[in-house]
Design a protein around this ligand. Structure first.
Ligand code: GDP
Length: 384
């Protein structure tokens, strides 16, 4: 029952009762006040129920399918940004339980000497930064100690922050701007890392910024994967291209790429399978998809984004190698940063892979994805 219907019923009631000659004016006024109160209460209840129903579902007004969204609603956008997890929130566990808190505990008010260096070494090796990156950091510390530059805890802390920033900046600087329309992004990663969720979040983000978005359901081996992607397409208010069940993924994504080009889409996010059990087949399949998309739209895919699960720490780096062998990965999406104390893995990933981190997942809500921002990340990690 909507507000208009309630108002109509109440108005009819007042008219009916006012026609009743048996009722005197004071009684009528009392009835009218009662009815007004009733209407107000009912409207409030309806509004409340709608708000509750809207929570956790599509976070914004959905434009017509397949059409560019209207100008983004600034109020909605503000609410959206505010409700998303910030880097600080996403890195809470890393700061409280990870290597950062252990390091800061070590340094406080101390002089750097051989004994402290040994303790730092233990913390870094057990952190998820990775052996090669840890060795680099330790070598710098030893050099600084020998040159008597890193004399106290504050200077060591500054050194760590500086080095971490330099590693992130080096990786981020390899990012290239893509100006093609459509922009075709092939998304790869092991099942369970958060590939579908990230595609859904990105679709929503791009649609909000006014882009016409298409999703390509390339994981045709799992019916559930297609269903899940479809559910995200609905939530994000964007289109999806699906092939038949068990259809060759490359042929589905060929058609999706053609559709994106022919129908004026701004961006195609192409989902792919991520079965690790048969990694040889997977590698071949990804290479084929890459090749075939290029036959549909010359120079596509313009980007290949690899989704990595931050909670896996160093194992995420091992996993990444399979994909790096298969296709030219141009960017990383690091998911579940909120659920782990292993945020240090970001530094190791940047240092070892030299691939820019494009987005970071900081929660399960549709808005919990952010473009990677080196300075914001360093501030959140080191608390500066
Ligand atoms: P896929 O198999 O790689 O497509 O993985 P899904 O997208 O199905 O995600 C696997 C699980 O990870 C789901 O429960 C998601 O809600 C969860 N997930 C994905 N991204 C994030 C994130 O950034 N933070 C948290 N906490 N959970 C996430």
């Amino acid at each position: 029952m909507n507000n208009d219907v309630i108002t109509m019923y109440c108005t009819n009631f007042i008219l009916a009762t006012s026609n009743d000659a048996a009722l005197d004016w004071p009684t009528l006024v009392a009835v009218a006040i009662g009815v007004i109160l009733l209407i107000t209460a009912a409207r409030w209840a309806i509004r409340k129920a709608r708000e509750e129903q809207g929570q956790g579902q599509t976070a914004a007004p959905v434009p017509k399918r397949g059409e560019k969204s209207a100008q983004p609603d600034k109020k909605q956008e503000k609410k959206f940004v505010e409700s998303a997890q910030t880097f600080e929130e996403g890195l809470k566990k890393t700061r409280s339980d990870g290597f950062i808190s252990r390091l800061s505990g070590l340094f406080k008010g101390k002089q750097l000497d051989a004994a402290l260096l040994e303790e730092v070494e233990t913390v870094l090796y057990t952190a998820d930064i990775g052996v090669r990156t840890t060795e680099k950091l330790l070598q710098g510390l030893r050099d600084g100690l020998n040159r008597k530059e890193l004399t106290d805890g504050t200077k060591v802390w500054d050194y760590m922050e500086r080095e971490a920033r330099a590693m992130l900046v080096a990786a981020q600087s390899t990012e290239k701007e893509v100006v093609s329309r459509p922009r075709i992004v092939m998304v790869v990663g092991v099942n369970g890392t958060g590939k579908t969720t990230s595609i859904g979040k990105l679709a929503d983000r791009y649609r909000r910024s006014g882009e016409k978005v298409l999703l390509g359901a390339g994981d045709t081996f799992r019916a559930a994967a297609v269903d899940q992607l479809e559910a995200w397409a609905k939530r994000a208010g964007v289109d999806i291209y699906k092939g038949a069940e068990k259809q060759d993924p490359a042929s589905v994504l060929f058609d999706a790429a053609k559709k994106a080009a022919d129908e004026g889409y701004d961006v195609l996010l192409a989902d792919t399978a991520g079965r690790l059990q048969t990694s040889t087949n997977l590698v071949e399949e990804l290479r084929k998809i890459h090749r075939v998309i290029g036959q549909a739209v010359p120079s596509a895919p313009h980007e290949v984004w690899l989704v990595l699960d931050a909670t896996m720490g160093q194992n995420a780096i091992q996993q990444a190698r399979i994909f790096l062998d298969a296709v030219n990965v141009t960017g990383l999406i690091l998911t579940k940063l909120d659920g782990t104390a292993k945020g240090g893995v970001v530094i190791g990933i940047c240092d070892e892979m030299k691939i820019p981190i494009r987005f970071v997942g900081t929660g399960e809500k549709i808005e919990d994805i952010r473009p990677f921002d080196t300075e914001a990340f360093i501030r959140a990690l080191f608390g500066t």
